[in-house]
Design a protein around this ligand. Sequence first.
Ligand code: GLU
Length: 445
Amino acid sequence: MDINAVIQRLEQRDPHDTHFRQAAKGLLGSLDGYLKDHPEIADSALLERLLEPERTVIFRVTWVDDHGATRVNRGYRVQMNGALGPYKGGLRFHPSVNLDILRFLALEQTIKNALTGLPLGAGKGGSDFDPKGRSDGEIMRFCQAFMSELYRHIGPDIDVPAGDMGVGTREVGYLFGMYRKLSGTFSGTLTGKGPTFGGSALRPEATGYGLVYFAQQALRCQDDTLEGKAVAVSGAGSVARHAALKAIEMGARVVTLSDSRGLIHRQQGFDAEQVGELARIKANGGGVADLAGQATGVSYHENEKPWARACDVALPCATQNELDQHDARALVKGGCRWLLEGANMPCTAGAVAVVREAGLGYAPGKAANAGGVAVSGLEMSQNSLREYWSASEVDRRLYGLMENIHRQCVEHGGGDHGGPPDYETGAAVAGFSRVAEAMRGQGIL
Ligand code: GLU
């Protein structure tokens, strides 16, 4: 199987899709050894099929802003791979959203969802709509307009969207309400819903908690713990804050958080109340700088990223390609030993090469941040059963799912050389082999 030829064809066909190509190159690179040992897996153009979405829907979203002006955005849903179950993955509302971004996210989702071991296909969607500074009424009208087209393409056994950047419990609630009205059904068609209408306990916390559970297991394999460790977290959204809270609970010192404008630092580590306050600030349209203004011992550094601060563990939880080669070198210099991805593809290819070369334990997002979609899978189960599970029950299952993902990565990533296993290869091989088996079992489609 000539992986370079596959990548070359991507380049010829979609020369501007740099994010998708980065994700595909990373995945195929990690699969190289496995495919050499199992050439039959790639028969019947399996890799080409894996890289080509089963279906993509692009639609106009027209809505009226608070000043009475008519606005037009573009909506998308990439239904990437349905071999393992209904398409499953978040919706992102952010001005950077385009097909390239969504296809890279959908490819990541394919491997991630397979790794959970749950019956989840993969998809991703969203819009170039910018929720920043929009009123609650505008957000609601946008969500309703978006769903007025998307509803015909989704369903509990077809495609189950959820949140991603810019789409949280409030937005999922508005999307779900409109879906319920248009379809005339009350079903589990979206996950991340409010707790009174089918939402699972711990879904908002799940990605961040799962990331720290994964980190805990990775460190444990090296006879180490998170206790007393300095942890650098980037981002200030749901993933970052819940990762920070769980790390604090485990006795770590969370020394940084950040947003697109700058970084906040606290040498002795943030306390849980400060992270809670940050959530309130963000909900009112503020940023990390506002926390520095009111909390003791917190300094704000405009236009800086967390990676030049000394830390033992780095958890990039903001967005794609936020951590480049230069940042990776700063991390290594600062004594960092672990890098685990809370965001999807937060490290550039160059950054990954630097951390791997330096011998850091490195876990890609498709494994380390799978807790979010895993609890979405649990939400689907609860909705089908018409049951609600307690937070402790969901937490127990989330822990077990992350443990299972970690175990699969170790099994396929080799862990007997003393140092941390190759989680990148492990995640790619374990996730890919499950999707590939399902695709092969279902024939050439
Ligand atoms: N957007 C999340 C992710 O990147 C979660 C998707 C979901 O819950 O379906 O995995």
